[in-house]
Ligand binder design. Structure first.
Ligand code: HSE
Length: 444
């Protein structure tokens, strides 16, 4: 009888942050309360909220909820069993999460920067305390990609993952391509829609995607989180010209996070990438995210959905809450491990530097229209073992003397390409920096 009463008792949660994701989570929990209770077998109740600023008109009723502007009150309140961290940023989120763990509370967070940079410390603390830290919403918004890789694909050796994992960046690239819109103008709209990070350079310079990629690599390969080893290049240098030339060649430019296990180690990289337009992932537009996972047994699987926004992200936060609430009483050793592999079975496989990564390349060169230039360029590429797959030379524009040369190469180590580019740029006839975009076929 006592046992039965314990099981039906509501689970008390403390929600920290009522911004875009916090507000969305609060509203989804209220709107779908009955359905969520049917799923968990217990009510999930928000008993505490910590927020500095919020708009009560955009929220379901706060009646009966203890509201404070001091998040430490939430993590230190003995009544709270699960802390939902939706403040974002590393501090004070890290301190709050560690304090919650020290107090024996479970944590649900959407904070990718926090997990990517401090996850090793946080998971070690959680492991020692026997509490859960769930972070589904940290990667690809509403797509349940953590659950898919950690549980659904647990039979597989993951070979590689390639994902569009920043909604803002994808929205900008799509609007530039489809409507010829200006970069800054689209970014402003993404901010108004609540997609962009507080600091939007995180979106356009690839840092947000690198946070997410570091997490994906860990759960795919059972390695510690190593955000500082992710090669990161954003979309700010992509021009409409390159988007058009890529299309002429049958490619789309997407900003991808890629992690791959090769013989020498593990690649972790985020950069604009040409992908064949016939691939499904090449047609993922707007704020939508998609993650393509190649497993040795299952082959390729593709996960698609909204990568940002209030309720799509709330969908992942609430799913984590449901998961945590369902297994509160399970012996910690029998829960799904935080990073997919048992904590004592993580490996220290080398993460490859970018010099050792092999990809194909798109090159755009600007050259004076004179004899022998192309021969010089191809000879430099040949010396570096770089084989050319396609080459297009554009007529000079009206009154111009320069020609644009577009090349696609076969796969080669980045080290060779870097050396070749330095030598090509030193040619007298080359009038601009060489534009280089990596190319992936994403074939299976
Ligand atoms: N700024 C992020 C994006 C939000 O645009 O994808 C979701 O993590």
């Amino acid at each position: 009888m006592l046992q039965q009463e314990k099981i039906v008792k509501p689970v008390n949660t403390g929600l920290m942050g009522l911004g875009t994701v916090g507000g969305g989570t609060f509203n989804v929990l209220a709107r779908n309360a009955a359905e969520i209770t049917r799923r968990v077998g217990r009510e999930i109740r928000v008993t505490h909220v910590a927020a500095r600023q919020y708009d009560p008109d955009s929220l379901s009723s706060l009646e009966g909820i203890r509201v404070t502007d001091d998040a430490f009150q939430v993590v230190n309140d003995p009544q709270v069993e699960i802390v939902i961290e939706l403040i974002g940023g590393c501090e004070p989120a890290r301190e709050l999460v560690l304090q919650a763990i020290a107090n024996g509370k479970h944590v649900v967070t959407a904070n990718k920067a926090l997990i990517a940079k401090h996850g090793n410390e946080i998971f070690a603390a959680a492991h020692d305390k026997g509490v859960m830290v769930a972070f589904e919403a940290a990667v690809a918004g509403g797509i349940p990609i953590i659950k898919a890789i950690r549980e659904g694909l647990a039979a597989n050796q993951i070979e590689w993952i390639a994902g569009i994992i920043n909604g803002t960046g994808n929205f900008i690239l799509t609007e530039m391509r489809d409507k010829g819109r200006d970069f800054a103008d689209v970014l402003k709209e993404a901010q108004q829609l609540g997609y962009a990070e507080a600091d939007p350079t995180f979106d356009v310079e690839g840092i947000d995607a690198a946070h997410k990629l570091a997490i994906l690599a860990s759960i795919a390969f059972g390695i510690p989180l190593q955000f500082d080893k992710v090669f990161t290049e954003g979309i700010s240098r992509i021009t409409r010209e390159d988007v058009n030339y890529a299309e002429e060649l049958g490619y789309r430019i997407k900003h991808l996070g890629i992690t791959r296990k090769v013989e020498k180690g593990i690649e972790m990289r985020v950069h604009p990438t040409l992908i064949p337009e016939r691939r499904l992932i090449a047609n993922v537009d707007g704020v939508m995210n998609a993650v393509l996972v190649q497993g040795d047994a299952v082959g390729p699987t593709l996960y698609y959905g909204a990568g940002a926004g209030a309720e799509p992200t709330a969908s992942a936060v609430v799913a984590d809450l449901v998961d945590v609430a369902r297994v509160l009483t399970v012996d910690p050793e029998n829960r799904v491990p935080h990073l997919a592999f048992q904590a004592d079975a993580m490996t220290d496989t080398t993460v490859l530097g970018m010099d050792d990564v092999e990809t194909a390349y798109y090159l755009r060169l600007q050259a004076s229209d004179q004899p022998g230039v192309l021969a010089d360029i191809t000879s430099i590429l040949g010396d570096q073992q770089i084989s050319i797959e396609a080459i297009i030379q554009k007529e000079p524009g009206e009154g111009a003397t320069d020609v644009t040369i577009i090349m696609l190469t076969h796969r080669v180590a980045e080290r060779n390409m870097n050396d070749a580019i330095v030598k090509i740029e030193a040619l007298g006839a080359i009038t601009n920096d060489v534009i280089r975009i990596r190319v992936e076929s994403l074939g299976h």
